[in-house]
Design a binder for this molecule. Structure first.
Ligand code: MAN
Length: 352
């Protein structure tokens, strides 16, 4: 492999067939982009499970949540000229946009970090309320003290924003509402305060002037965020020319906060790179990958529901090793190990 990631030989470690649908009549189409944490001496993944009904050859159908939280199935004729199916992830109908699948979040646990199974005594997390009527996605999990904070994408006809929930036991989960309004996603809260404040990376989009860039915000309480600053633009001509977004919580190193982020080019090829932020002043970017540290090169990363994608928003750190869990081709869950020193070495040469 032409990158510095050492993929698990067992990859993919979870496939859609490994996970039962949330209700009869649904089919798990994709597993994506898990949050990762340690709890009760096990490694846990909070998977994004994307479902829709089994598709008929001449129809397109997908679930949404109705006003009372009830599941509704919308179905359109593929021959209908008002239907736009150009992107496998989104559907356009008569000027309105939908997602082709609805996602919820599912817990799986493992003793060895490779073989994961569901413990059905723990609840799944579903979209709730009108800001999550198209589902919830791509959850980052950060533990601060005894509390786990979950930041995830909330999708609805109103747009795509960032929601916050928290828990101490994964059975009782508290909702804090939308913390960053549309269009915003890829929100990763730092695992510790800096100078008495909480910090988070996030990714607002400003399509007509500006772009899909990584920003930093600060907060006194994890719910109210302000003092926004732009940290990293997409870079014309490079692998991250169209959009960039944070992965999981930054990793504290002696040289600075190391953030593993995703970047995509105009062909929607998703790779991973790294940013190094100043320890005391995290709005100062010290270095950034010129080349990706991980690219979609394995078969399972190149073909699938949406090919040429490696996307991470969860990892565990043990000494010099960061174990990344990632979604490949928007279809399956994989793992890879990287050396933190090696990542730092690759970005030192591209200090800015
Ligand atoms: C993009 C992709 C999809 C996701 C939607 C909504 O189209 O990231 O996977 O479902 O945005 O967030």
């Amino acid at each position: 492999m032409p990158d510095i990631a050492k993929r698990f030989p067992e990859n993919p470690i979870l496939k859609p067939d490994d996970i039962r649908p949330s209700i009869d009549g649904m089919k798990v189409e994709c597993l994506l982009n898990p949050g990762v944490f340690r709890f009760k001496e096990q490694t846990w993944l909070l998977l994004r499970v994307a479902e829709r009904p089994e598709q008929k050859s001449d129809k397109t159908s997908f679930p949404i949540l109705g006003a009372k939280g009830e599941l509704q199935i919308l179905e359109f004729d593929n021959a209908d000229p008002k239907l736009n199916r150009a992107d496998p992830r989104v559907i356009g109908y008569d000027g309105k946009d939908y997602l082709t699948t609805m996602s919820h979040l599912r817990l799986v646990a493992s003793n060895d970090g490779i073989h994961f199974a569901e413990d059905q005594s723990y609840p799944s997390l579903f979209g709730r309320g009108e800001l999550e009527s198209y589902g919830i996605e791509d959850c980052r999990v950060v533990q601060i003290g005894a509390t786990y904070y979950l930041t995830f994408t909330e999708v609805s006809e109103h747009g795509v924003g960032v929601g916050l929930r928290s828990t101490t036991d994964w059975r009782n989960i508290r909702q804090h509402g939308m913390i960053l309004p549309p269009h915003n996603k890829d929100c990763a809260i730092f695992g510790e305060q800096i100078g008495g404040k909480y910090y988070a990376l996030h990714r607002p989009s400003s399509p007509t002037l500006g772009g899909n860039y990584i920003w930093l915000a600060e907060s006194p309480d994890l719910v109210h965020w302000g003092q926004h600053r732009c940290l990293a633009h997409s870079r014309p001509g490079l692998w991250d020319s169209a959009r960039v977004g944070a992965g999981a919580a930054p990793i504290r190193t002696a040289e600075g906060w190391l953030e593993i982020y995703h970047g995509a080019n105009g062909e929607h090829r998703y790779c991973l790179g790294a940013l190094l932020l100043d320890l005391e002043s995290p709005w100062k970017v010290l270095a950034r990958s010129r080349e990706p540290i991980m690219e979609p090169v394995a078969d399972y990363e190149r073909t699938g529901f949406f090919g040429n994608v490696v996307f991470t928003n969860g990892h565990l750190v043990d000494g010099d090793t960061v174990t990344l869990y990632y979604g490949a081709s928007d279809s399956v869950i994989c793992g890879a190990r990287l050396s933190i020193q090696e990542i730092l070495q690759t970005i030192r040469s591209s200090a800015i």
